[in-house]
Every structure is written in C-alpha cells, then in structure tokens.
Design a protein around this ligand. Structure first.
Ligand code: 6PG
Length: 242
C-alpha cells in the first residue's frame, strides 16, 4: 500500500504549533529567493496557535516572508473586521506583527456576494500561482486544521457529490454545520493540486476523526484529501489509534 501520509506526533498543542512554525520557516528558507510563493491559511484554534508561534519564530530568526503571497483555505462569509473572520485572525496574529504588505494578502471577500467572491478569488489565485496542465492553480503550501467531524477547510463530510467534484479553485459552502453557515472554501481539487498540504490535528475531540481519516478515505474530508494527494503531512497531538 502506498503510504500517502506522513504523521508527526507531539505532546500537546503548543509543541505542535512550535514545530509546524519551524517547519514552515525552514520550508520557506529553502524556497528559491526572488520568486513568488503561495500559502493558503485556515482559521480556528489550531491556526491561532500556529500564527502566534510563527510570528515569534519569524522575529527571532530575523526571517520574513519575502515573496510569499497569502491566500485562504477557507473564509467565513462575514466582514473582514468580524471576530469570526479568518482574515482578521491572520491580520492580527501574523500580517500586522510581521508587516506583510497588503499587495501579498489575497483576502476572500466574506462581505461580498459569496458566488462572486469565490469566482473572483479563483481568478486571483490563478493569476498568482502557476497553473497545472489540468488548469488548477498549484499552491506551494496549504495549511489545514482538522475539525472534530473530520472536515478540513470548509469541506464538510456530508457534502453532496457535486461539491466533491467541484473543479474551480474556490467554492461556496452553505448551511455549514460549523457556524457561521455560509463560507468560501478551496475545493478538493485545489487542495489536491497543492505542492504540499499540512494538516494540524490538535485539541480535544479529534481522535475519531483522525482514525477515520486514516482508515476509511471517504468517511471524512481529510480522508478524501489524503486519497487525492501523493502525500499529506499530518501534525497531531492526538494519539493515532489502530
Ligand atoms: C474554519 C477553519 C476550519 C478549522 C477546523 C479546525 O474556518 O473554521 O478553517 O477548517 O481549521 O475546524 O478548527 P480548530 O483548530 O479550532 O479545532
């Protein structure tokens, strides 16, 4: 069986966040200087801890994000100053502390009409990232968190088949089981096309979702991502059972 996932285990959320931040900085240090690179961010508690660790380590190492363009794996359809906004989270914990120029921040417009915002975001991503022969933009790195139900980005396990087949980079997700109800998310196709996908599995209540993702590919969204990609890196502070 091809091993299409690489699992790293940690003793808790903080060591995990510190390790992912280090890996991210090491990864960027190896990226060819002067070229554009693209990273898609998630939201939630995992991202909060990661961004905090990232800002601290970036300052300590004196290493910035030169040439890195920031996109999102998903965004809630709320204004950018809303406390539920994934943009606001990154702005406060990462972009402002590290003085990331606005020209390299490609915000999903949560305040706009969702379909228009998703279309605009897809075009914007395709204008920055290289596009593969299938016409999918290739992000350098997608950072995902695993939800208790096995979702990643805003791709929830109960999504209908057409959603899993969505071919554009971004899609609208309505009636999300995790509030707020309407979101914009990278599609499975876009996550599958990314050069690297890292999934943070941290915090209580993730063990069953992780187990199901590793043993039954179509039972969770993470399982589908793992099945769709050559390899996926999983950083977990949750015991891997079975
Ligand atoms: C979102 C996130 C979502 C998150 C997971 C994990 O917008 O809600 O992008 O996909 O990453 O739900 O969230 P926690 O880290 O808070 O468990």
């Amino acid at each position: 069986m091809i091993d299409n996932r690489e699992i790293s285990s940690f003793s808790g959320p903080e060591p995990l966040a510190a390790a992912v931040a280090k890996q991210w900085l090491d990864e960027m240090a190896a990226w060819a200087p002067g070229l554009r690179h693209t990273v898609a961010l998630s939201g939630g508690r995992s991202a909060t801890r990661l961004f905090t660790a990232m800002a601290a380590q970036s300052r300590a190492r004196g290493q910035g994000f030169d040439g890195v363009h920031f996109f999102w794996a998903d965004e809630r359809c709320v204004p950018p100053d809303d406390e539920e906004s994934n943009f606001r989270l990154a702005q406060e914990l990462l972009f402002a502390p590290l003085c990331i120029p606005p020209a390299r921040i490609h915000r999903l417009k949560g305040e706009a009409d969702p379909e228009s915002a998703a279309r605009e975001a897809s075009l914007e991503l395709m204008g920055v990232a290289p596009v593969n022969p299938a016409g999918q933009p290739v992000l350098d790195l997608v950072l995902l968190g695993l939800g208790e139900d096995g979702h990643v980005a805003s791709l929830f396990p109960g999504m209908e088949a057409a959603g899993w087949r969505w071919s554009a980079p971004y899609m609208v997700v309505r009636q999300s089981p995790k509030p707020p109800p309407t979101r914009i998310s990278l599609s499975l196709a876009a996550i599958a096309a990314a050069r690297e996908a890292w999934v943070l599995v941290t915090g209580a209540g993730k063990q069953t979702a992780l187990h199901d993702s590793l043993t039954a590919p179509d039972r969770t969204s993470l399982g589908r991502v793992i099945a769709a990609r050559p390899t996926t890196r999983i950083f977990t502070d949750t015991p891997v059972i079975g």
